[in-house]
Write a protein that binds this ligand. Structure first.
Ligand SMILES: [Zn+2]
Length: 307
């Protein structure tokens, strides 16, 4: 069983790399354009200006630790699509590169120092992390957001997200969203149930990333129970909170998946950088993968260019 699991995991990672690379190629012109930036620009915001800005944002605009904002689930697609997009970053592993890491895998493995630099850039540039609940309230009711909102997400349950990334998030008061693949909890190199609960207890959002990372486009009837219904229930038991956000494995989705996600209680779903669905933009929220190759300046430019 254990052997099968690891075999499956390595297979998944390989395919994930290929699929995500393909998705990136198929994505908008913006993604193509940003791929060709070779000279990362300096980040221009000054720490002094940012501090005052943070103060204004936290006292007069929108508190970032607000209670669950109201969401209008019957908002029409045109309303949602008319709102300027909020940038969403997608991370996988945060650890130093090993010789055995392939060139392609390094897009999904952000070295610890680089992650520190990326988080510092976000803080210095005046970004404020928000939760998916805040994004939903904004998209469906026009609720206000902090200045320069951003969502930081982590997929796949990797332990280094907890050991390496979390201290950096905490340093800046950032709250993130963790999409958990429930089969992996309590396995070596993955987070435990207690760690997932700890993230939730400390204000991070826990979302579902299926049971074992199967492609949503291939689900038959019973797969929806295994991959969506049961993992949602498991995560709700662990956190004691509703789990209503979903991230598609490999970022892959099709129109048939959306009503199934709705029927299983998901209120939004996150993909990668492909175009949003015109009927169901809340189930095709866009993210960009923050690459391990990206300097802070390049990340800044790619955020600005992609959203
Ligand atoms: Zn994944």
């Amino acid at each position: 069983m254990l052997t099968n699991f690891y075999m499956h995991t390595s297979y998944t990672l390989t395919i994930a790399g290929l699929s995500i690379a393909a998705a990136a190629l198929l994505a908008s012109c913006d993604s193509t354009r940003t791929e060709h930036i070779t000279a990362p620009p300096a980040v221009t915001a000054s720490p002094t200006a940012d501090s005052s800005h943070t103060l204004v944002a936290s006292t007069e605009e929108v508190p970032t630790a607000m209670p669950a904002p109201s969401i209008n689930l019957s908002a029409d697609a045109a309303t949602v699509l008319a709102m300027p997009e909020v940038p969403v970053l997608c991370y996988h592993q945060v650890r130093d590169w090993r010789d055995s890491d392939s060139k392609q895998a390094r897009d999904y493995i952000v070295p610890v120092e680089r992650f520190k630099e990326q988080m510092q850039m976000l803080a210095d540039s005046g970004y404020h992390t928000i939760a998916p609940d805040q994004l939903m309230a904004y998209l469906t009711t026009g609720a206000a957001l902090p200045d320069k909102p951003i969502i930081i997400t982590f997929d796949d349950t990797n332990l280094d997200q907890y050991t390496n990334a979390l201290p950096e998030l905490n340093k800046h008061g950032f709250k993130a969203t963790f999409f958990i693949m429930t089969v992996s909890m309590n396995r070596p190199r993955y987070m435990t149930r207690e760690q997932v609960k700890d993230l939730s207890d400390n204000g991070h959002t826990i979302g579902s990333h299926t049971w074992d990372h199967q492609n949503v486009k291939k689900y038959q009837d019973s797969d929806w129970l295994t991959q969506v219904k049961k993992p949602k229930h498991t995560l709700e038991e662990i956190t004691g909170k509703p789990v209503t956000y979903f991230a598609y494995p490999f970022g892959l989705w099709n129109k048939e998946a959306i009503p199934a996600l709705k029927s299983h209680g998901m209120t939004a779903a996150f993909q990668l950088a492909a175009k949003r669905d015109e009927q169901d933009p809340l189930y095709t929220i866009r993210r960009i993968i923050a690459s391990g190759y990206w300097s802070p300046g390049r990340l800044y430019k790619n955020i600005e260019g992609s959203f």
